[in-house]
Design a protein around this ligand. Structure first.
Ligand SMILES: *Cc1c(COP(=O)(O)O)cnc(C)c1O
Length: 398
């Protein structure tokens, strides 16, 4: 956006224009990629002033870069936040936010159904620095309240949760956070700002694996955090600068390009997912379908109240246990057997042995990730072709 007030624009327009208009220096309509590590100073005095913050300017791409900035500005607009910071991966964004809020001896309360990498970070890695994650069933808010003590520094939730599609009440969590004076961090990867805007519901910080729907094309690993200017400024000049999980200018550019079509992609992902969920719901080889857009989802009403759409992720349990699920996954032809999600291509995987193998068997059971649970990231292909592929694969199960 080069002119006018972006606040008035609708989200699908912001997706196209949020990163700014043409380049004023050259008239280039495509965003330039500032593929540089360092930036020249006009003079020694100017350089020193940029370093102290008296003068605006770029120093070094680990700290800031105009292409990263275009992405950050746009993500802040889309999430309705003051500022954003891009990272080399979703995990870099998540770990950086937690490290910025916690020191040795602190704890935080987290929902127990999480992306497997987040669970690994929380349960195995952070304890090595004496930071304790208290993972609780956050669908019951009392569990969150009960786990908070004087050393609790944040509440971390993922909703819809990967892979069970359970929903956590963002607004209610934000109220608990306010009461205790601690921020609520929401992993908004599954919904994207197109369908869910946690900051408007009272959350303080949003994190994304931008690898997924933000990029949208399965070609870039990246992450973003969105929050107020003060938090993001300190994150940039603290954890990002010191630990260095920086995004490359090229990857930032790929995400800016991906975002241009976020609105139409999300509409199509959702339209396809709803049709497929309805098809699977009554399939004789399917035990249970987990999709928040189905009225049968136990938290459908809550999902409806905090999301404007239900996204493109479906999990379902195949009758006949793990063997049946494996047979089905080995039999798909159009759909790709791969982890990751939010790609324009449909992807299928087995959480218990792949993305969530970081959970112990007991933890898998506790959060409801069963051996016969299959996760499907519904792409933007023709839904008839996806359904036909699932149908032939399910029919291969004896
Ligand atoms: C993939 C994913 C992550 C981790 O992001 P990376 O970009 O792979 O580091 C975090 N949260 C959720 C919900 C994810 O799906």
């Amino acid at each position: 956006m080069t002119k006018g007030n972006t606040k008035k624009l609708k989200i699908s327009t912001l997706c196209v224009h949020g990163a700014g208009g043409y380049d004023p220096a050259t008239g280039s309509v495509g965003k330039p990629i500032y593929q540089t590590s360092t930036f020249a100073f006009e003079s020694a005095k100017a350089g020193a002033e940029i370093f102290t913050g008296e003068r605006k300017g770029y120093v070094y791409t680990r700290i800031s870069n105009p292409t990263q900035e275009a992405l950050e500005k746009e993500m802040a607009f889309l999430e309705g936040g003051e500022a954003a910071l891009a990272f080399s991966s979703g995990m870099a964004a998540i770990s950086s936010v937690v490290l910025a809020l916690c020191k040795s001896g602190d704890n935080f309360v987290s929902s127990d159904t999480l992306y497997g990498g987040s669970h690994q970070l929380f349960s195995e890695t952070l304890p090595r620095w004496n930071i304790e994650a208290r993972e609780v069933d956050a669908t019951h808010l009392k569990n969150i309240e009960d786990a908070i003590d004087k050393n609790t520094r944040l509440i971390y939730i993922e909703t819809p949760a990967n892979p069970t599609m359970s929903i956590v009440d963002i607004e209610a969590c934000a109220k608990i956070g306010k009461k205790h004076g601690i921020p609520v961090v929401v992993d908004n990867t599954f919904a994207t700002p197109y369908f869910q805007r946690p900051l408007e519901l009272g959350a303080s910080i949003v994190v994304h694996s931008a690898t997924k729907y933000i990029g949208g094309h399965g070609d870039t690993v990246a992450g973003v955090a969105i929050a107020d200017e003060e938090f993001i400024g300190n994150l940039r000049m603290g954890i990002l600068r010191d630990i260095g999980g920086v995004i490359s200018p090229l990857n930032a550019w790929l995400l800016v390009r991906g975002l241009k079509t976020l609105a139409i992609r999300m509409e199509k992902h959702q339209e396809n997912a709803l049709q497929i969920a309805k098809y699977l719901q009554f399939h004789p080889k399917v035990e249970r379908v987990m999709y928040p857009g189905l009225t049968a989802h136990p938290q459908h009403q809550l999902a409806k109240s905090q999301m404007s759409g239900f996204g493109g992720m479906i999990s379902f349990e195949v009758k006949g246990g793990r063997k049946a699920g494996e047979k089905m996954m080995d039999s798909v032809e159009l759909i790709t057997l791969a982890v990751s999600l939010g790609d324009v291509d449909s992807l299928i995987e087995h959480p218990a042995s792949m993305t969530h193998s970081t959970y112990s068997p007991e933890d898998l059971e506790a959060v409801g990730i069963t051996e016969n649970l299959v996760r499907l990231s519904v792409g933007i292909e023709d839904p008839v072709d996806i359904i036909n592929d699932l149908s032939q694969a399910l029919n291969k199960i004896k």
